[in-house]
Design a protein around this ligand. Structure first.
Ligand code: ZN
Length: 313
């Protein structure tokens, strides 16, 4: 009997390791069909600009970032906020690390904390102030999602409204483990928005923030219940898609492919929804290859952006 139990356990372990290994192997996702052939209209006003505010990084590898990635291919996961200045209101997308980011990281489960070396840089609040920009000028911080590495810097931006959709608001209120820091930093001055505008680039609904098509948010749930993608169009005509953590590196869209199973299990709320949204963005990318894809943690993608206070217009 004892032998039988041992053999069964051994088989389970072997099957489990085989499944785990195969989950790191390459596997491309289907690309969605994109019904609308043209780019949505946008009339970004003069004076609108975009810049990056790097706040630190975590050492990882392509193998952990997407299925089929090489474990020897080292990738620095950037923790970078994006400032979009607009005459109607300046918005900061995510915050990266705050002044207590090392302690904030400890709100994560031990396995995740021990997986990568972290470098902490200057918090966004300090960077803005040092350049003579009062953070209170911000119309808000728009969260691509409420995970700790995207909200940590809120501690240095007191009183600035934090824009969230209803599912992410509920996620923060829940205080569940992956929203623990956002919950602990609260009560945050959350400002709810809804997707009251029509379909946008294959997404069923959108929120055209300033009514001119220059900043458009679409729901892309899955990584968290209220994750979003933000499409930004500058006066020069350059377009960006801020992808949050839909994928961690651009290969996630180029292949397209998802995170390895282990990482999906630890971090994604709904893996099927993530797959769908990856397929949608992949379709947009194939149709409009000039659109700049900005996965929140792809340092190579962010290297193309000017660093605050320099701007792209
Ligand atoms: Zn993240």
């Amino acid at each position: 009997m004892k032998k039988f139990v041992l053999w069964t356990l051994l088989l389970i372990v072997l099957a489990g390791s085989a499944a785990l290994t195969s989950s790191f192997m390459p596997k491309a996702l289907p690309v969605a069909a994109l019904a609308d052939a043209s780019l949505p209209a946008a009339t970004p006003p003069p004076g609108m600009s975009l810049s990056a505010l790097p706040t630190g990084s975590m050492e990882s590898s392509a193998g952990f970032a997407y299925r089929g990635g090489d474990f020897l291919d080292r990738r620095d996961f950037s923790m970078t906020a994006v400032l979009v200045r607009h005459p109607k209101g300046d918005l900061l997308f995510d915050t990266g690390f705050g002044r207590d980011a090392a302690a904030h990281r400890d709100t994560m489960p031990l396995l995740m904390r021990s997986m990568s070396k972290t470098q902490f840089g200057t918090p966004v609040g300090q960077q803005l102030t040092a350049a003579g920009y009062d953070p209170k000028q911000l119309a808000g911080v728009v969260l691509t999602h409420a995970h700790w590495d995207h909200v940590s810097g809120l501690q240095d931006l007191p009183g600035v409204p934090v824009w969230v959709d209803a599912p992410e608001h509920a996620f923060i209120d829940s205080g569940r483990p992956m929203a623990a820091l956002a919950h602990q930093l609260g009560p945050l001055p959350l400002r709810d928005y809804a997707f009251g505008n029509g379909p946008y680039l294959g997404f069923a609904a959108s929120y055209d923030v300033w009514g001119d098509g220059s900043v458009v948010l679409v729901p892309a749930p899955g990584h968290t219940p209220g994750s979003i993608v933000a499409f930004i169009t500058l006066p020069s005509g350059t377009r960006y898609a801020l992808l949050g953590d839909l994928v961690w590196q651009v290969e996630g869209i180029h292949v397209p492919t998802e995170r390895p199973w282990l990482l999906r299990q630890m971090l994604d709320e709904d893996t099927a929804q993530v797959r769908t949204a990856i397929g949608q963005i992949a379709a947009v990318h194939q149709r409009f290859p000039d659109l700049q894809l900005l996965p929140a943690h792809d340092a190579r993608a962010f290297a193309a952006l000017p660093v605050f206070p320099n701007t792209a217009q």
